[in-house]
Design a protein around this ligand. Structure first.
Ligand code: S3P
Length: 430
C-alpha cells in the first residue's frame, strides 16, 4: 500500500460495525491451544500480521493449525510434543510473540533462535530475560542478550517469586508461561494491574493458577486441556472509531461485541470523564472475558488528567486519546506512561509529532503529553513511524483536518487491523 493521500471530509460517521478480534487474546488462544492436549477451536480470531507470527511459530514446532476464515482449529498434543524448529523463528513486529515465546521456549528441551523486524530488534527483551535467567534460563543475543536476535538453549527451570519492575502484561505472561513447566511454584506480583488475559485463559484451559490480590501463582501440576475460545472485538481497534465518533459532529456509531475486560477499558472511563456520550449494552461473558456493544455519539468534549493505575488499561490507546484531547476544551495531561517509549516506536514522540504537524498544541514530556485544546487541525505531511496505531491515528485525524493529509505509509495497519479501511468506508457511507 505505502503512501496515502487522505482527504478531509468532516462527514458524520454512522452505523454499526464489528471490529476484529482482540490481538492479545488471539495470541494467547494460539499459544494455549498449541500447548493443550486436544482440539481447540478459536473463533473471531484476529488474522493480522502479529498473530499470524504466533501461528507460524507453532506450526514450525510441529503443531497442526488450520485456518478457515477467522476460525482456527488447533490440534495440540501437549507441551512435550513441541519439536525443535529447523530454522529461526521470525516474529516480525510482534512484541507479544517475542516476549511470550521467550518465556515458553526457555523451559523446553529445544534450541531455538528468534528474530524480528527492525522495530522489534530495538525493543528491550531483558525485562523478560532477567527474571527468566533467575529461573535458570540460558540464552544469548545482541547487547548481552537484551536485544533480538536471541538464541535459546531451553532447560528445566525453577519457580520464582518475582515482583514486576515494569507495568507489563507481556513480562507477567512470559514468567507465567515459564512457570507452567518449571519446578515448584512461580509467583508474579504486579504493583499496578495489567491486562489479565493470560490468567483468564490459563484457568479456562485447566492450569493450576490462582490469583490472590496482585499476586498470581502457577505450578506445573496440571496439563492444559483444549478449550474453545471466542475472541471478542479488540477495544484497542474499536478505540479509533470511538475517537472518530467522539470528535466528528453528528456522528453516532455502535461497535458490536467489543471486549470489556476491565483491565482494558480505560479509554471508556477517559471518554466519560471527557463528557463523551457513550453507552454499553448487551454485556455477555465467555472464557473469563466480558464483551458487549458500545454506542457512542458526538458531544462537546472537555479536558481531563490521565495518570496512575488507569495507564496500563489504555496504554495502546494513548496516541488516539491524544487526538481526542486536541478536540476537547482545556488542557489534558497524560502522565505515568513512560512505557510508551518502548512500544513499536516511541509513541510519545510519534504522537506529538503527528498532532503538532497537523497544528495541534502538544508538548511531549518524559512520561506522557500535555495537550492544549481545542485546536482545529490543518493538513500536512505526516509520518507513521511504521507503527500501526500511529498510522490509524493519522487516518482518523485526517477526517477532521481542514486540508489534505499525506501519510507516508499505511502498510503497518495490517499488523492489528487488516480491514480498517473497509470498516471506515462502511461507516462513512451511511
Ligand atoms: C500486550 C501487552 C502490552 C500492550 C501490547 C499487548 C499483551 O504490552 O502494549 O500491545 O498482549 O500482553 P506491555 O506488556 O509491554 O505493556
Amino acid at each position: 500500500m505505502g503512501e496515502m493521500k487522505l482527504q478531509a471530509t468532516q462527514n458524520p460517521l454512522k452505523g454499526e460495525i464489528e471490529v476484529p478480534g482482540d490481538k492479545s487474546i488471539s495470541h494467547r488462544a494460539v499459544i494455549f491451544g498449541s500447548l493443550a492436549k486436544g482440539t481447540t477451536k478459536v473463533t473471531h480470531f484476529l488474522d493480522g500480521e502479529d498473530c499470524m507470527r504466533t501461528v507460524n511459530a507453532f506450526k514450525k514446532m510441529g503443531v497442526s493449525i488450520e485456518k478457515q476464515g477467522l476460525t482456527l482449529t488447533i490440534n495440540g498434543n501437549g507441551i512435550e510434543a513441541l519439536t525443535e524448529p529447523i530454522e529461526p523463528l521470525y516474529f516480525g513486529n510482534s512484541g507479544t510473540t517475542a516476549r511470550l515465546m521467550l518465556g515458553l521456549l526457555s523451559g523446553l528441551p529445544l534450541f531455538t533462535t528468534i528474530y524480528g523486524d527492525p522495530s522489534l530488534s530495538k525493543r528491550p527483551m531483558d525485562r523478560v530475560g532477567i527474571p527468566l535467567s533467575i529461573m535458570g534460563a540460558s540464552f544469548d543475543g545482541r547487547e548481552g542478550g537484551s536485544l533480538l536476535p536471541l538464541s535459546i538453549r531451553g532447560k528445566t527451570l525453577n519457580g520464582i517469586n518475582y515482583t514486576l519492575p515494569v507495568k507489563s502484561a507481556q513480562v507477567k505472561s512470559a514468567i507465567l508461561l515459564a512457570g507452567l513447566h518449571a519446578d515448584g511454584e512461580t509467583k508474579v506480583t504486579e504493583n499496578t494491574p495489567t491486562r489479565n488475559h493470560t490468567e483468564n485463559m490459563l484457568k479456562a484451559f485447566g492450569a493450576d493458577l490462582t490469583t490472590d490480590g496482585h499476586t498470581i501463582t502457577v505450578t506445573n501440576k496440571n496439563t492444559l486441556s483444549a478449550a474453545d475460545v471466542y475472541v471478542p472485538g479488540d477495544i484497542s481497534s474499536a478505540a479509533f472509531f470511538l475517537a472518530a465518533a467522539a470528535i466528528i459532529p453528528g456522528s453516532k456509531l455502535t461497535l458490536k461485541n467489543v471486549g470489556l475486560n476491565e483491565t482494558r477499558t480505560g479509554i471508556i472511563d477517559v471518554l466519560r470523564a471527557m463528557n463523551a456520550d457513550i453507552q454499553i449494552h448487551n454485556e455477555q461473558s465467555g472464557g473469563g472475558e466480558l464483551f458487549g456493544d458500545i454506542t457512542i455519539a458526538h458531544r462537546k468534549l472537555r479536558s481531563t488528567t490521565i495518570e496512575g493505575e488507569i495507564i496500563p488499561s489504555l496504554i495502546d490507546e494513548i496516541p488516539i486519546i491524544a487526538l481526542i484531547a486536541t478536540q476537547a476544551e482545556g488542557t489534558t495531561i497524560i502522565r505515568d506512561a513512560e512505557e510508551l517509549k518502548v512500544k513499536e516506536t516511541d509513541r510519545i514522540a510519534a504522537a506529538a509529532d503527528l498532532l503538532s504537524t497537523l497544528g495541534a498544541s502538544v508538548e511531549p514530556t518524559d512520561d506522557g503529553m500535555i495537550i492544549h485544546g481545542k485546536t482545529d487541525l490543518t493538513g500536512g505531511k505526516v509520518a507513521s513511524y511504521n507503527d500501526h496505531r500511529i498510522a490509524m491515528s493519522a487516518v482518523i485525524a485526517s477526517l477532521i483536518a481542514k486540508d489534505e493529509v499525506l501519510l507516508d505509509d499505511v502498510s503497518s495497519i495490517a499488523i492489528s487491523y487488516p480491514g480498517f479501511f473497509d470498516d471506515l468506508a462502511e461507516i462513512k457511507s451511511k
